[in-house]
Write a protein that binds this ligand. Structure first.
Ligand SMILES: Cc1cc2nc3c(=O)[nH]c(=O)nc-3n(C[C@H](O)[C@H](O)[C@H](O)COP(=O)(O)OP(=O)(O)OC[C@H]3O[C@@H](n4cnc5c(N)ncnc54)[C@H](O)[C@@H]3O)c2cc1C
Ligand code: SF4
Ligand code: SF4
Ligand code: SF4
Length: 360
């Protein structure tokens, strides 16, 4: 693949795992285009069809929802006629995607910077800085007045750690339950670098289908679509499908997928024991001029990285035609980054936007 310039990607923890795999397995997949990884906190994502049915039960048509927010124990649906429907979170959680129930990462442990709301006051974001790249980005953005920061309170950190531990504990239980009756959950199986090559050597799309897609582990990230040299995987807002014949020896979709094996040097068993993974520093932050989901910090960091030419483009997720069908965009346009602020509680194949990108 030609040299394509640097890209900042914002995404959920499962997107960050796929980006980390691309970085690590460049021998297979070519140099990763993702240079800065901005991960979001994520408890779960919602299924379009389940949510549609739940809203119908409450006499609401999905098409009339303009915005959804999950906070304060409820899912809030803002409707076209200015009405608001509020559904208790426990009820909304029945619409969570099946793959989210085996996800062990709440705080985007493999990103350069992770951002969420838990732990910080309203209007602020909690920011976990995990790499030198992330540290420099945050420091420079603050010095240039794109964001302001303050220490995260001790009670805020406790809440964040406890929520993350809760996700790990509950979903480990679900993994164990599923493994008893179905196939192993590969991404949490120990795998050492020296065994990886052999394990994946003969795995093609049919194996990805059996090991990930058919058992409800696919996060719909689009990494398989991005990696396929034959361009024979189709992925819309549904499961990835094969539209051709795989040449002998190709295994790239299987290598790239965040729900197949991940070697110990990227994601070790030790991660399960650490509440929020490794980090350098945690702060509360906000971007004074931006109307974001929380502190607007993600949008501000992307703006800063683009304005100062630290990256050439950014991948953002904007609302599609409906709130549960968001679209990923690769852009260098600040207006598009601003318009994509806010959380879309639906899966989005972000890596699709990197395929066939023009030279930048
Ligand atoms: C599915 C989901 C569940 C979440 N659950 C929690 C939670 O339980 N607790 C918590 O503290 N925080 C959660 N978050 C993160 C939180 O909602 C905010 O995104 C985060 O605090 C950043 O806020 P901000 O104001 O800095 O971001 P903003 O400046 O508003 O920017 C948000 C960025 O997120 C990107 N984005 C939006 N939706 C998606 C998506 N579906 N996939 C990939 N990228 C997307 C947009 O491109 C945008 O650039 C969740 C986010 C998502 C996407
Ligand atoms: S698998 Fe689900 S819970 Fe886990 S990061 Fe992805 S969207 Fe969030
Ligand atoms: S050609 Fe390769 S990457 Fe594409 S679907 Fe087949 S095995 Fe996967
Ligand atoms: S099968 Fe494809 S879309 Fe699904 S998790 Fe794996 S790489 Fe992502």
């Amino acid at each position: 693949m030609a040299e394509q310039g640097k890209i900042a990607m914002v995404g959920t923890p499962c997107h960050m795992i796929a980006a980390a795999k691309m970085e690590k397995y460049s021998d297979y997949l070519g140099a990763s285009p993702v240079d800065i990884k901005i991960g979001l906190f994520c408890m779960e994502n919602f299924s379009y069809s389940y949510m549609k049915k739940l809203l119908e039960k409450h006499n609401v048509n999905m098409k009339d929802v303009t915005e959804c927010r999950v906070e304060k124990g409820y899912a809030w649906f803002f409707l076209k006629d200015n009405d608001v429907l509020k559904i208790p979170l426990d009820e909304a959680k029945t619409c969570a995607r099946k793959n989210c129930n085996i996800c062990m990462d709440f705080s985007s442990e493999l990103s350069d910077v992770s951002v969420g709301s838990v732990g910080s006051p309203e209007g602020w974001s909690t920011v976990i800085i995990r790499s030198d790249k992330g540290l420099n980005l945050l420091k420079d953005a603050e010095e240039n007045n794109y964001i302001k920061t303050k220490p995260l309170s001790e009670s805020g950190l406790k809440i964040l750690e406890n929520l993350s531990k809760k996700k790990k504990k509950e979903n480990r239980r679900e993994i164990n339950k599923r493994e008893k009756v179905a196939r192993p959950v590969l991404y949490r199986r120990p795998m050492f670098d020296e065994d990886f090559k052999e394990e994946v050597s003969k795995c093609q799309f049919k194996d990805l289908k059996g090991d990930v897609i058919d058992i409800g582990a696919c996060v719909l990230c689009g990494a398989c679509y991005y990696a396929c040299p034959e361009s024979i995987i189709s992925i819309e807002d549904r499961k990835p499908q094969l539209r051709g014949k795989c040449p002998e020896g190709c295994n790239l979709c299987y290598v790239a997928c965040p729900r197949t094996y991940i070697t110990d040097d990227i994601l070790s068993k030790e991660n399960d024991k650490k509440a929020i993974g490794d980090y350098i520093k945690i702060v509360s932050a906000k971007a004074p001029m931006i109307h974001g989901q929380d502190g607007g910090v993600v949008t501000a960091l992307l703006n800063y990285a683009l304005s100062k030419k630290l990256v050439d483009k950014a991948v953002v997720v904007d609302s599609g035609l409906e709130p549960w069908k968001p679209e990923a965009k690769l852009t260098d346009n600040i207006a598009e980054v601003l318009s994509a602020s806010g959380t879309k509680y639906a899966a989005c194949p972000v890596f699709k936007s990197l395929k066939n990108r023009e030279e930048i």
